[in-house]
Design a protein around this ligand. Sequence first.
Ligand code: AMP
Length: 448
Amino acid sequence: MSFSELGLADEIVRAVSEQGYTSPTPIQTQAIPAVLKGGDLLAGAQTGTGKTAGFTLPILQRLTSKPAPAKRSKTVRALILTPTRELAAQVEESVRVYGKYLRLNSAVIFGGVGINPQIALLAKGLDILVATPGRLLDHMQQGTVDLSQVEILVLDEADRMLDMGFIRDIKRVLAALPPKRQNLLFSATFSDDIKALADSLLNAPAMIEVARRNSTVEVIAQKIHPVDRNRKHPLLSHLIKSSNWTQVLVFTRTKHGANKLVEQLGKDGISAMAIHGNKSQSARTKALSEFKDGKLQVLVATDIAARGIDIDQLPHVVNYDLPNVPEDYVHRIGRTGRAGASGEAVSLVCVDEHDMLKGIEKLIKRSLPREVVPGFEPDPNARPQPIQLRSGEAHGRGRASQGQRAGNASQGQRGGNAPQGQQARSPSGGNKPAGPRPAPHRSGGRGR
Ligand code: AMP
């Protein structure tokens, strides 16, 4: 199967070939014809499956093959909503790359940066707008965007948008759209909330689901290095140096942990930067671009900040701390071994994290090989301690199960690690029982 056989215009096929894609991925093979038909779509696919091109390519095709209505100020033809700024920026970059030979215009808007340049972009009228929900609402309230002409709506990573408490924002956006439109919903998981959203949004959708990453993780070599809690940092430095790793994405559970690790690695002569919600957008962009260019050896990230990061053929992912939520393990290791490339994911696991490890192994339905690194043998008599999320703040471990994920436990705190400078808006999680979620809390400091 080739891209041209899927019914895409030569200009699109050319742009895709220039990216080095020779054949469509499974999600693309299924999603592209479904979207081209014009109906609604419910797709189960995670980052790394090629889902972005799966919706972007047919949207470009549809927009370019229809005679464009005379462009009216502030209007938008296709609206793509994403949970995070990083993902929004990447999706719009994909739109530009795949649409480079077409005469369609696009823009991305998200919070944390000035609103005035965005107002100017919207004023022209756009074929494709990629946005995070909070900032889009700001524009709607200010009357700087007109959604009455939207022909296609995409909710990308819908599960994560709900986890982050965006449901009310999404509903307000939906209310501003014309009733007749094409809706595409992409989600990695299908909780009851997602099913309810899909039921209310989609009209007789085509349904596709590509093998979930937690059943396709075979391309990723995974192993566990058991280690004492206070020897994780020397072990990481040892692994990086002895194996000559040049591009490593490291996950920590907390922002504080990320900062501390960056400092410690620096002392060992390893260049590292952190990305998390307390960093300014410019610092995050700088860290990411240096990492992608190979100038920065180690990028340390928390789960939400790393969500949607797209780095081709990232060879190494390290779980410095195991995630609170088993599913995040799958998202994390999905940063490597993308689109068929092989990768390696190692987890440094101390005695405190054994329950979390059990939860992960249950989710991925396999046990992960343990490999003790000589010189870093864990103390067999060590006793588990409660995981500390912040100094003085004890927290339970890995209790939020699949379907109960309500934001990231470590990030549902005041000033948490939510994108757009806002709080993660589902403050439940961690070891709190999953119950009705509190109303999304909006603080003044959303940094929109
Ligand atoms: P996504 O799941 O959209 O985040 O895409 C994951 C990665 O796969 C991105 O780096 C894309 O550039 C890459 N990719 C998407 N489609 C293809 C394809 N057909 N062949 C090879 N790589 C692809």
